[in-house]
Design a binder for this molecule. Structure first.
Ligand code: NOJ
Length: 742
């Protein structure tokens, strides 16, 4: 149970403003700057610094005894007894690891995502953590970028919806509840646009694109009451985000009225010097502080340089007071002034049955079925005598956890191999061969054994992909094919003639085109977390029906990147009629014979799998799309509906998606924009009419003058099972005389 602090006890309901200002009035300048400093748990003289009131937050301590000890020093031994923020990257689970965020996004389920975050908060807060650096809501359209794994994908609407759900999960109804932790919107902003998908790289994003694509998820979580923001490492249009006053002050605080603290990223303040934006660390301190970074993560520039900047009138004490009070208010909201210790952590919280069952559920709903030739899946244990399970990711509890799983243990994972064996028991003879030592191995040493077991089996389940270290921070790839000799391994197993079910675990889209014809079924499982094995097994054997949909476009070839569904039309859009495959032209050809459209000569312009795509064991038929009215006055709503029928044999869930296109805009608009989705359940043979309500405000965008408004005119609207759907109708938004006058 949490206990009360010794020196600064207050009752709930006391006024935050007056509490914080009276505390501020007692603080020395050093103590104020101390609140603005976050130190790593291995920092030199950490205890002494806390005792002197020089630390506001500690990052990376997760041991409950150690955290209580640090809190005790802060509360009982420092002059003012101000408790610590204890920060940790609780990204997709704490001890119970859920699918990576990109996988969770494939569930298209706010409920699933919210509960993953809630459980992560319950487990981490039980150890004394009170602040996570999640959700990462960087729009990610470049799968080479390793951090796409931590993202919620390419789409502003999906990312805003699921990002908000994560915030609700972490923060709960009340931040002061003992199982709530503060969330952090990161990385503000534009980090996902890092050039060439190389981490920490430059981003150049025109303001219109920034506002229409990259900022909406941040605005959504700010509106939803997120407690903290993190400034990005990256350089945005020449001004690194950590020193970008326009971004951190003009947009975040003035336009959006966000009032919580902003933390830097790890050493991103001294990196302003490395960027070539500041000549020295003192000027980096000035730029970050003046831009609005309230707390410095890991480095000590605020501690070193703020005093002289204040003495030289570069930074005012009022500025400092405002920044410190944001941090103190967060501590107040978290209830830390009256309950900062976790005295008796519950032993039944971590990895309990409920948490594990949700981890299985989340992994199940995140898997995306990409191919299922001749209904290879689901498998039946009654018709299989021998099963070959092959691949370096089949029985590796660590790799299935993915990136940013600091507090998850490999030994808590249930792997595919063990889950399959457990499921089929003695009815099927399961043989295993790793095939390759790691996903990156560049040799065929293990191929013979894999070929032997596949040759003798009815089915080969190959569990391949990327190890955890191939995605995440600073783990980018210039090629996004299956690494190492995995394609060769698939080719070798294909030669045996045994049907292949390919399960991919990966932190990003993989260019599967070269091996797609060789395999009968593909289930894309991302890095599925602790319970990945049972979730995948139940899907493979039809205990569950796949229902995940891609939150990101899968390209055919790396050269197509960036490739996303919400692209602009261009003046010369490609089409099936004009597309010419260069490989089919054997003779010399004049340039004009090649179509003259916006495409590559050596690959089709379409993706391998579009955004929103995912198969099921059943089929869904979409028909009768209708709008409630064709002419919609500005400021009103319309209904759009379609009837969906489960025409197959399996009861299943389907994610029904609604897209619009604003045909003419004062700035060009994307060819499709997601504006709604619903996960529905349909028993075999059942139909449902799904109705979406769209208000004209939801059609708004930033125009040439950066005004956010809906423009009148014609809109196309589609309802379907992926972004490539053709079931379409239209409506027109018109202005009333009243609108025209204002
Ligand atoms: C750097 C990463 O960019 C950020 O996302 C993370 O929260 C911090 N390090 C803390 O680990």
């Amino acid at each position: 149970m949490p206990t009360k602090n010794c020196q600064l006890h207050h009752s709930k309901g006391s006024d935050k403003e007056s509490y914080v200002s009276s505390l501020l009035a007692k603080m020395t300048l050093q103590e104020k700057i101390g609140q603005m400093s976050q130190l790593n748990n291995d920092a030199e003289k950490l205890d002494e610094s806390i005792q002197k009131g020089l630390v506001g937050s500690v990052i990376n301590e997760v041991d409950v005894i150690a955290i209580n000890r640090l809190q005790k020093i802060a509360i009982q031994e420092s002059r003012l007894g101000i408790p610590l923020l204890i920060g940790r990257d609780v990204i997709h689970g704490f001890n119970t690891i859920f699918p990576i965020p990109l996988g969770q996004a494939a569930s298209w389920s706010s409920d699933i995502v919210e509960l993953c975050a809630k459980i992560a908060a319950i487990e981490s807060s039980n150890n004394g953590v009170n602040w996570t650096f999640a959700p990462m809501i960087d729009i990610s359209r470049d799968p080479r970028w390793g951090r796409i794994a931590e993202s919620l994908g390419e789409d502003p609407y999906l990312c805003s919806t699921l990002g908000t759900a994560m915030v609700k999960g972490f923060q709960g109804n009340n931040l002061s509840d003992s199982s709530s932790i503060a969330a952090c919107a990161k990385h503000f902003a534009g980090y996902g646009a890092s050039e060439s998908g190389r981490d920490y790289n430059t981003t150049n994003i025109p303001e219109n694109e920034l506002r229409n694509v990259y900022l909406p998820p941040f605005k959504a979580v700010a509106d939803a009451g997120i407690s903290t923001f993190m400034a990005s490492f990256s350089d945005l249009n020449g001004i690194p985000a950590t020193g970008n006053k326009w971004l951190l002050n003009d947009i975040l605080r003035t336009e959006w009225r966000y009032s919580g603290p902003v933390v830097s990223d790890w050493e991103s303040i001294p990196q302003l010097v490395t960027h070539g934006f500041c000549a020295d660390k003192e000027s980096a301190t000035f730029e970050a502080c003046d831009a609005g970074v309230d707390m410095e993560m890991a480095s000590d520039n605020y501690a070193q340089h703020l005093i002289s900047l204040i003495q030289n009138d570069k930074i005012s004490i009022e500025q400092i007071d405002t920044m410190v009070s944001r941090i103190l208010k967060l501590k107040f909201d978290l209830g830390l002034f009256y309950s900062s210790f976790t005295e008796s952590p519950s032993s039944t919280v971590h990895l309990n049955d409920f948490h594990l069952s949700h981890a299985k559920q989340a992994a199940t709903k995140s898997c995306v079925l990409l191919k299922n030739n001749k209904q290879t899946l689901p498998l039946s244990k009654n018709t299989i005598d021998t099963l070959a399970v092959i691949g370096p990711l089949a029985d590796d509890g660590y790799e299935q956890l993915g990136t940013w799983a600091f507090d998850g243990k490999a030994s808590d994972s249930i792997t595919c191999l063990s889950a399959i064996k457990d499921y089929v028991k003695d009815s099927v003879d399961v043989k295993f061969s790793i095939g390759m030592e790691t996903s990156r191995s560049n040799n065929d040493d293990g191929f013979d054994e894999a070929i032997n077991i596949a040759s003798a089996a009815n089915i080969a389940i190959m569990i391949l992909g990327e190890e955890a270290i191939l995605s995440g921070e600073a783990h980018c790839r210039s090629n996004i094919n299956l690494p190492g000799y995995q394609e060769e391994l698939i080719n070798a197993i294909y030669e045996t003639g045994t049907p292949i079910v390919l399960v991919i675990m990966a932190g990003r889209p993989i260019t599967l085109q070269p091996i797609l014809p060789k395999v009968d079924a593909v289930l894309f499982a991302w890095h599925p977390g602790t319970m990945g094995g049972p979730a995948i097994t139940e899907l493979l054997f039809g205990e569950e029906c796949p229902s995940g949909k891609l939150p990101v476009t899968f390209p055919r070839a790396v050269g197509q990147i960036p490739l996303y569904y919400g692209q602009k039309n261009t003046g010369r859009p490609p089409s099936e009629e004009t597309f010419v495959d260069i490989n089919t032209i054997k003779t010399k050809a004049p340039q004009t014979s090649l179509g003259m459209t916006s495409t590559h000569l050596d690959t089709h312009y379409s993706p391998l799998f579009p955004f929103g795509f995912g198969l099921s064991y059943t089929q869904f038929d979409y028909k009768n799309i209708k709008v409630s009215e064709y002419c919609v006055p500005m400021g009103k709503s319309l209904k759009v509906e379609a009837t969906i029928t489960n025409t197959g044999d399996f009861d299943a869930e389907e994610i029904v998606q609604l897209y619009i296109r604003d045909l003419v805009g004062s700035v060009t608009r994307p060819v499709k924009e997601l504006k709604g989705f619903k996960r529905i359940y349909l028993a075999a043979g059942q139909s449902e009419t799904v109705i979406f309500v769209i208000h004209t405000d939801e059609l708004a965008f930033y125009d040439r003058q950066m005004k956010f408004k809906t423009e009148p005119g014609l809109f196309n609207v589609w309802i379907g099972g992926n972004s490539d759907t053709e079931l379409k109708t239209e409506f027109e938004v018109f202005c009333t005389e009243h609108d025209e006058k204002i």
